[in-house]
Design a protein around this ligand. Structure first.
Ligand SMILES: CC(C)(COP(=O)(O)OP(=O)(O)OC[C@H]1O[C@@H](n2cnc3c(N)ncnc32)[C@H](O)[C@@H]1OP(=O)(O)O)[C@@H](O)C(=O)NCCC(=O)NCCSC(=O)C[C@H](O)C(=O)O
Ligand SMILES: [Mg+2]
Length: 293
């Protein structure tokens, strides 16, 4: 199933108002956080709040992920136990750095009886994770790992590597591209990390457009005010969808059925462009279905 993942909004599991508000926000996905946005003494209440919010339902077609604390923390066991019971669409695990981490997550979910529909998303936010991105993504071929994709974590990357988070992301772009290639080679999805300067919509829009052009499927967000622009930037424009339909129709004409390349409106088009066109249409249709509620 093609699922739009243009905008995934993080919210602290310790903020009941945010959890409630999320039911009516136009984000494609919600990430109910137990990690960095929740203080140590609020972890337990946040866990209870997330379990209750998921049990109450009402998130519609939005993809719901729980971000747990890391595998090596004192909170992991209780976080994963709650998530296995709550049965969200997936868990997002921070600081995954090795194949062994992914196997261990899969084993814990299986041991806890989590439904097969509960997928695993790995935050790529350590130097080791970036270096091993290809190996980590290949774990997606092992169904016991349940791996659905990566979320890039620029803040932790910056903390560990001392690479600065600057407008334009020149220093981070090589590692972003490395991670995107790793996911594509393994048939996985990848979401960009958040943009912290909520008060700078122009900077945010520029970073969203860059993320789209680099190949991300969407971006993670931290504030509702970022949803609309993010959705617009990651939605295929109408002219792109119209062109995609035209390419597909052209290859279906009897005279083109056995041709690999054709001329369309003056330009060469090959069958690989028809494949790309089918994906554009699938995403556009999924977005339209999503907005129908
Ligand atoms: C960043 C915030 C702390 C700002 O909070 P605040 O100034 O209080 O927000 P507003 O007053 O503007 O809020 C207006 C209304 O919107 C609701 N709201 C705000 N944020 C969210 C949200 N994220 N989800 C849902 N609803 C939200 C408020 O409740 C207000 O509602 P109303 O009462 O109707 O007026 C805050 O936005 C926030 O906590 N954001 C999320 C922070 C977070 O989750 N961070 C973790 C993810 S980023 C990360 O971890 C980095 C990554 O790992 C890496 O390494 O890069
Ligand atoms: Mg992080």
């Amino acid at each position: 199933m093609t699922r739009p993942r243009r905008s995934h909004l993080f919210m602290p599991g310790s903020n009941p108002r945010a959890l409630e508000k999320a039911r009516n926000l136009a984000a494609d996905g919600l990430i109910l956080d137990l990690e960095d946005s929740v203080a140590p003494d609020a972890k337990s209440a946040a866990r209870d709040g997330i379990a209750a919010a998921i049990a109450a339902k009402g998130f519609g077609k939005r993809e719901v992920l729980i971000r747990t604390n890391g595998l090596d923390t004192q909170w992991w066991a209780e976080d994963v136990a709650m998530a296995a019971k709550a049965s969200p669409d997936g868990i997002l695990v921070p600081k995954v750095s090795s194949i062994e981490d992914l196997r261990s997550i899969g084993r814990d979910l299986a041991h806890l009886g989590a439904a097969p529909s509960v997928k695993v998303w790995a935050m790529i936010e350590t130097a080791r994770a970036v270096l091993h991105a290809e190996e980590l993504a290949e774990a997606g071929r092992d169904p016991s790992c349940r791996l659905a994709g990566f979320v890039f974590g620029p803040n932790d990357i910056s903390r560990e590597t001392r690479i600065r988070m600057l407008p334009g992301r020149t220093a981070m772009t090589p590692m972003i591209t490395h991670c995107i290639l790793a996911t594509r080679a393994a048939g996985l999805e990848i979401l960009d990390g958040p943009y912290s300067d909520i008060a700078n919509p122009d900077g945010f829009a520029t970073e969203c457009a860059q993320a789209r052009d680099l190949g991300f499927d969407g971006k993670t967000l931290i504030h509702p005010s970022q949803i609309e622009a993010c959705n617009a930037i990651f939605t295929p424009p109408e002219e792109e969808v119209a062109r995609a339909r035209k390419i597909i129709a052209a290859f279906e004409l009897p005279e083109n059925v056995s041709r690999g390349a054709i001329r369309l409106d003056g330009a060469m088009v090959e069958r690989l462009h028809a494949d790309m066109a089918r994906r554009t249409i699938a995403i556009a249709d999924a977005i339209a279905a999503m907005s129908k509620g």
